[in-house]
Design a protein around this ligand. Structure first.
Ligand SMILES: Cc1cc2nc3c(=O)[nH]c(=O)nc-3n(C[C@H](O)[C@H](O)[C@H](O)COP(=O)(O)OP(=O)(O)OC[C@H]3O[C@@H](n4cnc5c(N)ncnc54)[C@H](O)[C@@H]3O)c2cc1C
Length: 438
């Protein structure tokens, strides 16, 4: 494995003894660099290998639908791991206490975690690192070009990170070795997994089916039926033109690298625009959250954006809505209400509408801070792919011009890019969209 995927969090020498992969962001058995690295260490030291997942009772406003999607996926992953003789343990409680207790009980000698740029995950890792006196590594199993390798600093825009990623892409966009059936049996304590009952009462037809098998099926369906027309259709909210892969990528039920490999080898004309979104835009979001601790607040915006928004703080808002009005889809704008309803009903708002939806929140709330907080609350509560760096970057782009440039000045927005109902009308059949999401 390319060693640039690995960050050493405790550099004690690798020693013989149980190896644990602390699964968090990348919830799959196949195509998972962090698990492959854990197995590499275990094989090298002739040691048993297990996977542990910490189930925390509340996580960044995750809803029952999120937990249900995740838990169903994890059960499938447990079964996939079992086939490779790797036990899976579902630990309950905060990782900083639940994980070290488990590691001590089984006498672990090495720990591997997957990379995540979000603050809470980094905090967990630094707390766990304090309680670990053996080898502890973090492996970027989510990005194709690992976040730290792609750039050592906060990037300004897609145009600044793109050449950096492209220069390294061939070295990282390689096929995965297969996970081996593990030859050293787990003869350590093996607490029985107590799975909570599915909190949302089972799958709904309007929502994607959870799990790695469903993710791979969705990828195959997209490549065979919609990839060719991706560029033409993806910005029309009345057409099912996007891949629908974001919940699978978010929960790590699908590796973005697998999607990129399969899309690239299809030779479809849609490959290039799709890979721009999947690789450059997605990895730019990780870069934003990793190098900007204020990724979810006004303080995280560039100086020019803060200045222009500050200059327009006192501007009269033609409409002012509370978070409750927004959540109930009760605004004067039927197009916005339809987008809010789509998100609440399906767990997914169309990508084009997310931009319009978020910009109107800036226009109709009393301050950019309130707009950020309402947009993040709604996005993370209802989008199945919510609580993701893509969401924080998308919201900061819409409200704070992050990764964008200054545009012509206007009320409330200042120089932040504006979007209008009439602009939407010129791009797609607005009435059809409203009818579809009553
Ligand atoms: C206000 C706002 C909020 C958003 N919230 C989220 C969110 O919570 N979670 C989330 O994953 N994405 C979010 N996005 C980004 C984007 O809209 C979604 O990733 C995309 O619509 C998901 O649908 P898809 O998988 O069918 O995308 P496709 O068009 O099929 O794209 C394929 C993949 O590329 C990546 N991608 C696509 N568009 C973007 C983008 N603009 N930025 C970064 N990566 C992208 C995603 O991983 C996506 O799954 C948000 C964008 C905005 C403007």
């Amino acid at each position: 494995m390319n060693s640039d995927r690995i960050e050493i969090l405790n550099d004690s020498p690798v020693a013989h003894g149980p190896v644990v992969y602390w699964m968090s962001r990348d919830q799959r058995a196949a195509d998972n660099w962090a698990l492959l690295r854990a197995q590499e260490i275990a094989l090298e030291t002739r040691s048993p290998l297990a996977v542990a997942f910490c189930l925390v009772p509340s996580f960044l406003g995750a809803s029952p639908a999120h937990f249900s999607f995740m838990l169903d996926g994890l059960r499938e992953t447990e079964a996939d791991l079992q086939k490779k003789s790797i036990p899976f343990f579902l630990l309950r409680g905060e990782p900083e206490t639940a994980l070290p207790a488990f590691l001590a009980k089984c006498g672990a000698r090495a720990l591997v975690a997957d990379f995540d740029p979000l603050r809470i995950k980094r905090r967990w890792k630094s707390l766990v690192a304090r309680n670990v006196n053996f080898r502890f590594e973090e492996v970027d199993a989510h990005n194709i070009v690992p976040c730290r390798a792609a750039s050592p600093k906060l990037e300004f825009a897609a145009r600044t990170i793109r050449p950096k990623i492209n220069r390294l892409l061939d070295g990282f966009l390689t096929d995965f070795p297969a996970l081996k059936k593990h030859p050293f049996a787990w003869n350590k304590p093996a607490p029985r997994n107590e799975w909570p009952t599915s909190p949302s009462g089972g799958a709904k037809p309007s929502r994607p089916a959870p799990g790695c098998k469903a993710a791979n099926k969705a990828l195959r369906g997209f490549i065979s039926r919609r990839l060719d027309s991706y560029d033409a259709d993806r910005n029309n909210p009345n057409i099912d033109g996007q891949s629908g892969l974001s919940p699978y990528i978010h929960f790590g039920q699908l590796s973005a690298q697998r999607a990129a490999l399969d899309v690239r080898s299809s030779g479809s004309p849609g490959s290039s625009p799709f890979l721009e979104e999947l690789i450059v835009r997605r990895e730019l979001s990780d870069n934003f959250c990793f190098y900007n601790d204020n990724y979810d607040s006004f303080d995280g915006f560039h100086t020019w954006a803060k200045k222009t928004l500050n200059e327009h703080r006192a501007d009269k808002r033609e409409y002012l809505y509370s978070r409750d009005d927004l959540e109930a889809a009760e605004t004067h704008d039927t197009l916005w209400n339809a987008a809010q309803r789509q998100m609440a009903a399906e767990g997914k708002m169309h990508g084009f509408m997310r931009m319009y939806w978020c910009k109107k929140i800036l226009e109709w709330t009393s301050s950019p801070e309130e707009a950020m907080s309402a947009a993040i609350y709604l996005n993370d509560k209802y989008e199945l792919d919510g609580r993701d760096p893509n969401g924080y970057a998308g919201i900061a782009w819409s409200i704070g011009g992050v990764h964008d440039r200054a545009w012509g000045e206007r009320p409330v927005f200042g120089k932040i890019r504006y979007m209008s109902h009439n602009g939407c009308k010129s791009k797609f059949n607005v009435n059809e969209y409203i009818r579809n999401h009553q």
